[in-house]
Design a protein around this ligand. Structure first.
Ligand SMILES: *Cc1c(COP(=O)(O)O)cnc(C)c1O
Length: 439
């Protein structure tokens, strides 16, 4: 059974979908074959409310951003106040309180060596800035280094620099001739630790500017998970050759892995960090790159050529910084911290149940993220195969929004999700598994 979500469209929903289709180009979407998009009129906590009144539990936090649920009244109130006070101001030569306060607060909760905050607009730009800081750091020291080492199947964003340090895949194929060279090591998943260490050892030299990782969980690569101990070893090895370490916490930041940052599981500290996604609670687009004083100091000079020549029109937008401050208030509250631990426990229980089920393999969890693979014959080609679409549509039909990555299913809920809503998600997944095992 394949569910065609187009069939259900009538009236206004159909009209909106058709107007959309006439003028809009959606992200990561094959526009010729994609079903019509679902018009959403309202968001309320965990729920997305469609034009036809149907509700969907947002079990992917709308692409990993909505950590406190939709339309949170506290964030809305703070942003509305800021909107009436100062909506935006150029951030070169000027500053404002939300940017200052947010930077101060981030510095207090990030790994202790992080000392400076550079603002941009999204996760990809937060990575671009980290890479530019790393390359220019070596340039400014007069000891240029040009190589970067990354993990196989890494995902660091869709702009050119971020794409360059991501794994090579069908997504990057048209652009490969334009991407700078990057060396890869296998992700140090259980069983691969030694291979990853040896490969890193072989690649390291005084040519290596930076080693970039998604710490503990590689998101788009298929929710690939590995242990903090091996990452500590890789980081310490890279550091012994002088390479700067960039942890891309765009996805893992802000409580997702069970701690505020994945870096908090590590004894080694990164030199640079990239943050976005959950930063504003999913309310506004904002990116942050942080670095140590050592990196920052390499840009201080009477010589203007040592300046970091990078900036965006909306750098440190006051509305976005205000949303981030409000999101931090919520995130650090006892209530949210308890909710995160509750989700971690619930996910662990469901993980145990999944391990007993036929058609499921490689069940894994890191904090609030639970992922598993649907057992299909050729997992390499699975992303483009039917199983992803069948699972996606089946779950939508059950009122649950999940976006499988090929044959990888994952539950990535907002922290406000109730036990009852989690049960609905789990029941939908179980129903999907029964359906797949029958067909
Ligand atoms: C999503 C993501 C990015 C890119 O962020 P955008 O805001 O989508 O540009 C970068 N790194 C990681 C780890 C991500 O998950």
């Amino acid at each position: 059974m394949e569910i065609d979500t187009n069939e259900n469209r009538t009236g206004l929903a159909l009209e909106w979908a058709e107007r959309d289709k006439a003028v809009i180009w959606h992200p990561f979407t094959q526009m010729q074959t994609a079903p019509l998009p679902i018009p959403i009129v309202r968001g309320e906590g965990t729920l997305l409310v469609a034009e036809d009144g149907k509700t969907y539990i947002d079990a992917v936090s709308s692409w990993w951003v909505t950590i406190h649920g939709h339309s949170h009244p506290y964030i809305a109130e703070k942003v509305a106040e800021q909107l009436q006070t100062l909506e935006h101001v150029i951030f070169a030569g000027f500053t404002h309180q939300p940017a200052i306060e947010l930077a101060e607060r981030l510095i207090t909760i990030l790994p202790k060596n992080q000392a400076r905050v550079f603002y941009s607009d999204n996760g990809s730009t937060a990575v671009e800035v980290a890479l530019k800081m790393a390359f220019q750091y070596w340039h400014n020291l007069g000891k240029p280094r040009r190589k970067v080492i990354a993990l196989d199947d890494a995902y660091h964003g869709d702009t050119f620099g971020a794409m360059a340090v991501s794994g090579r895949s069908a997504f990057t194929a048209p652009f490969v001739p334009f991407l700078f060279d990057v060396e890869y090591i296998p992700a140090p998943v259980p069983g691969q630790e030694q291979v990853a260490l040896e490969r890193l050892q072989a690649l390291l030299s005084d040519e290596v500017a930076a080693f970039i990782v998604e710490p503990l969980v590689q998101g788009s690569g298929g929710m690939v998970m590995y242990a903090p101990e091996i990452l500590n070893q890789l980081m310490s090895l890279a550091r012994s050759h002088g390479a700067l370490i960039i942890t891309d916490e765009v996805m893992t930041g802000f409580g997702r892995t069970g701690k505020l940052f994945a870096s908090h599981y590590l004894s080694e500290q990164p030199d640079l960090m990239s943050l976005s996604k959950g930063l504003t609670g999913g309310t506004m687009a904002l990116g942050v790159t942080t670095c140590t004083n050592e990196i920052y100091n390499a840009f201080l000079s009477g010589d203007r050529h040592k300046t970091l020549f990078h900036g965006h029109s909306f750098t440190a937008n006051p509305l976005a910084c205000t949303a981030a401050l409000a999101s931090l208030d919520l995130l650090l509250s006892d209530e949210t911290q308890a909710a995160i631990q509750r989700i971690v426990r619930r996910q662990a229980v469901f993980a145990g149940q999944l391990k007993q089920k036929p058609g499921v393999k490689n069940v894994r969890q890191q904090g609030t993220i639970l992922a598993f693979d649907l057992d299909v014959d050729d997992s390499n080609r699975a992303y483009f195969s039917n199983i992803r679409d069948i699972a996606y549509n089946f779950l939508l039909n059950e009122g649950v929004l999940m976006r499988p990555l090929g044959n990888v299913l994952y539950i990535f809920p907002p922290y406000c999700i109730t036990d009852e809503e989690l049960n609905t998600v789990y029941a939908a997944v179980e129903k999907l598994l029964r359906h797949l095992n029958q067909s």
